[in-house]
Design a protein around this ligand. Structure first.
Ligand code: NAD
Length: 243
């Protein structure tokens, strides 16, 4: 039980990777507050539904989690959206949505969480970036840019807050079998099971990631086993290092 007596906030908790993180944190003893637009179906210790586009909600989430759980030790900024297309196909609305959910919300949540974690003697923040934040892939210009931004912010915050015993790191997955990936296939007219199987053939390990493969690394980064890691961008890619 690595997370006994630990309190955690997880955003994007209703999504594929977020739900796995919540399940695994709770299985290892953590008390977890879940944040997403609809958290009604999620087993958790506290439910904090809301829209991360509302700045007051994002600003207030860490304190709300702290109050309802009786403390806060771990924050997982996992919520995200993907917009597809080259710059010439990207609308202002795509830009605003991508930047606001993928960058501004974790910035606001981290800014509010850091003093709370520091007052308790430290803690951990884990951000979900992407391998596309490290090396861009084609036809997702603004998504890649936002993931590069959160990767950079993770490195900066990891450096700036280490002296407060707050470790801030990011996980950088390649393709993961979640609603985000599957709805993309459906929108493009592909059968998602067939497309996931085909995509798996391009991965040296022979399959794309399941959400639990990513959650395991998030839990490691949140745990004391990662006690000397600050500002790390940890790629989780089955051996497929490029977009
Ligand atoms: P998902 O779509 O299953 O989950 C994302 C969750 O974020 C959803 O539950 C959604 O409701 C929530 N969310 C989005 N906008 C929100 C808003 N405005 N307010 C509140 N909640 C909001 O996707 P996932 O694959 O589980 O993605 C989790 C994270 O992993 C994302 O940051 C994503 O960019 C990243 N990622 C995913 C993949 C992949 O292949 N699936 C690869 C690399 C990185």
């Amino acid at each position: 039980m690595r997370f006994s007596n630990k309190n955690a906030l997880v955003t994007g908790a209703a999504g594929g990777i977020g739900a796995a993180i919540v399940r695994q944190l709770r299985a290892e003893g953590a008390r977890v507050a879940v944040a997403d637009r609809d958290v009604s179906g999620i087993e958790a210790d506290a439910q904090l539904p809301g829209n991360l586009l509302e700045t007051g909600y994002a600003d207030g989430l860490p304190q709300a989690a702290f109050d309802v759980l009786g403390g806060l030790d771990i924050v997982v900024n996992n919520a995200g959206v993907i917009t597809r297309g080259k710059v010439t196909e990207t609308t202002d609305a795509d830009w605003d949505l991508s930047v606001d959910v993928n960058v501004r919300a974790p910035f606001r949540i981290s800014r509010a969480a850091i003093p709370l974690l520091a007052a308790r003697g430290g803690g951990a923040i884990v951000n979900t970036a992407s391998c596309w934040g490290l090396r861009p892939g084609p036809n997702h210009a603004v998504y890649c840019m936002t993931k590069a931004a959160i990767a950079s912010l993770t490195q900066c915050m990891g450096m700036d807050h280490a002296h407060q015993n707050i470790r801030i790191n990011a996980v950088c997955p390649n393709e993961v079998n979640t609603p985000m990936l599957r709805t993309g296939f459906i929108k493009r007219g592909f059968d998602p099971d067939t497309a996931v199987a085909e995509l798996g053939k391009t991965v040296p390990l022979g399959r794309i990631a399941e959400p639990e493969d990513i959650a395991d690394v998030v839990l490691f980064l949140a745990s004391d086993a990662a006690r000397y890691m600050c500002g790390a961008l940890v790629e989780v890619n089955g051996g497929k290092a490029v977009g």
